[in-house]
Design a protein around this ligand. Structure first.
Ligand code: NBP
Length: 477
């Protein structure tokens, strides 16, 4: 019997995806450059389903039913190009290569275009949920042609996580790089969520004076409400954990340097190119970078802070205010993320269903949360929603939270506790609702030093003022 699908690249992610497919009753062809990995998989997990191991790419391809479905799970970058080339040479028109690695969407666009010329479908599929997700149900974001999804969709939906309503956390996102793009934004939002949670912790700890185990309790309570999410849940676990060696709270013995693998940075770089403000994600990426600048931090350690004594918070009330600030800031960063997806859809000609993206993030991935069903519903009610903040329900909630949100940002400032995520989100909220922005002055400055011209509020056309002369105004077009 031929295999329905093949997985090439059997490190932790590929191995788990192959097992997931086999556990769902699909016969899976296996190939890995180093054959010991292939053998180990069959020896340890062969009883879980039907595997067809192969020692070389040709045998692997020959074992697949047509049209062939090849999932590659190798290191992103040049390895991916090398493996694609190796398989493309062995495949026929109509066959499919799925790249489930963490590729940059521009690489995916390039690869898709090149393979399309050769009649091969190339599907960049974002896969979220880490190794545990790959085994038990990830969130899957496939791009590529709609035609390829006819053949791949049923298998991918089979192995994907299921949302609370039973629907699979997998949907065709859009052509070429759309899947990897959306996965990148997912990771950016994940950075923002983590930063906002960290700020909430910092304020509860250093303003309200709660111990980490008490904060774990507060997070557990929050996890029963509108903030119910995987990240809040694991935050409580991390905060409640005690270091075995020292008996100290675990969070106190971990070096305060947050690392990054680069998808948050990609999100911000891309947002800059698209001209979309994603300040929540940007502040999160910057906060991680700042944490790692040991020399800078050391050099600034003796700079003065507030004299203290300001605003002793009422502990119970303060925690509730922080919940409001966290929730409102979270809505802002998700609103920004969806604006980015929207802008890319226009830029690259993708027709992305914003509600479907929310729907497939409800399970399997790191940002999975009850909250995402609310976003799905908001776009179901109005697919052309210009910002999540304009949705009636989110607007009411954020509007209801804003006084507390301001109080928390004010307290953070008064106490000298950095809260870049909370404050950037609030500034974004205030900028969006402003009747007039000081951008009018910025444009005036640009006209002064560079004759960049300006538009007027009362007349059509563009104008320039002769700043160096008599300051007459001239129409310029
Ligand atoms: P790695 O990213 O560590 O890659 C190892 C695999 O790539 C091995 O199977 C290795 O074969 C193969 N490989 C390399 Br490296 N160069 C190759 C080449 N030139 N030809 C053939 N095979 C080559 O594996 P991973 O950690 O399982 O991750 C796989 C992908 O999934 C990556 O893109 C990664 O970024 C992504 N990922 C995603 C998540 C997530 O949560 N979504 C988590 C972790 C990883 P060998 O055995 O012969 O060396």
């Amino acid at each position: 019997t031929k295999a329905r699908i093949g997985v090439a690249g059997l490190a932790v992610m590929g191995r788990n995806l192959a097992r997931n497919l086999a556990r769902h009753g699909h016969t899976v062809a296996l190939y890995n450059r180093t054959p010991t990995r292939t053998r180990a998989l069959v020896e340890e997990y062969g009883h879980e389903g039907a595997f067809v191991p192969a020692d070389d790419p040709a045998a692997f391809v020959a074992s697949l039913e047509r049209p062939r479905r090849v999932v590659i799970m190798v290191k992103a970058g040049q390895s991916t190009d090398a493996v694609i080339e190796e398989f493309a040479a062995l495949l026929d028109q109509g066959d499919m290569i799925v790249d489930g690695g963490n590729a940059h969407f521009e690489d995916t666009r390039r690869r898709e275009a090149a393979l399309r010329e050769r009649g091969i479908h190339f599907v960049g599929a974002g896969i979220s949920g880490g190794e545990e997700g790959a085994l038990n149900g990830p969130s899957i974001m496939p791009g590529g042609s709609a035609e390829s999804y006819v053949f791949l969709g049923p298998l991918l939906e089979d192995i994907a996580a299921k949302a609370a309503d039973g629907s699979p956390c997998c949907a065709h996102i859009g052509p070429d790089g759309a899947g990897h793009f959306v996965k990148m934004v997912h990771n950016g939002i994940e950075y923002a969520d983590m930063q906002l949670i960290a700020e909430a912790y910092d304020l509860l700890r250093h303003v309200a004076g709660y111990r980490p185990d008490e904060i774990a309790g507060i997070f557990r309570t929050w996890n029963t409400g509108r903030l119910d999410s995987y990240l809040i849940e694991i935050t409580a676990e991390v905060l409640a954990h005690t270091d075995a060696a020292t008996g100290q709270p675990f969070v106190d013995v971990v070096a305060d340097r947050a690392e990054q693998k680069g998808t948050g940075r990609w999100t911000v770089q891309t947002a800059l190119d698209l001209g979309v403000p994603v300040s929540g994600i940007a502040e999160a990426v910057f906060a991680r970078s700042l944490s790692g600048h040991a020399g800078l931090r050391q050099a600034a350690r003796s700079l003065p802070g507030p004299s203290g004594g300001a605003l002793p918070p009422e502990s119970g009330g303060f925690a509730a205010q922080v919940e409001q600030a966290l929730y409102a800031s979270k809505v802002v960063s998700y609103a920004q993320g969806w604006n980015m997806i929207d802008a890319a859809a226009v830029e690259y000609g993708w027709d992305i269903d914003p509600g479907a993206v929310a729907a497939i993030w409800r399970g399997g991935c790191i940002i999975r949360a009850a909250f995402l069903d609310r976003i799905r519903a908001a776009f179901a009610a109005d697919p052309a929603l210009p910002t999540l903040l304009a949705d009636k329900e989110f607007a009411a909630e954020v509007g209801g939270a804003q006084e507390d949100w301001r109080a928390v940002v004010g307290t953070a400032v008064a106490r000298g506790v950095p809260a870049p995520g909370f404050s950037a989100a609030l500034a974004y909220y205030d900028a969006l609702r402003a009747e007039r922005l000081p951008a009018a002055l910025t444009q005036g400055q640009r006209d002064y030093f560079g004759a960049h011209t300006y538009r007027r509020t009362d007349r059509e056309g563009s104008f320039h003022t002769l700043w160096g002369g008599g300051r007459e105004e001239r129409p310029t077009g």
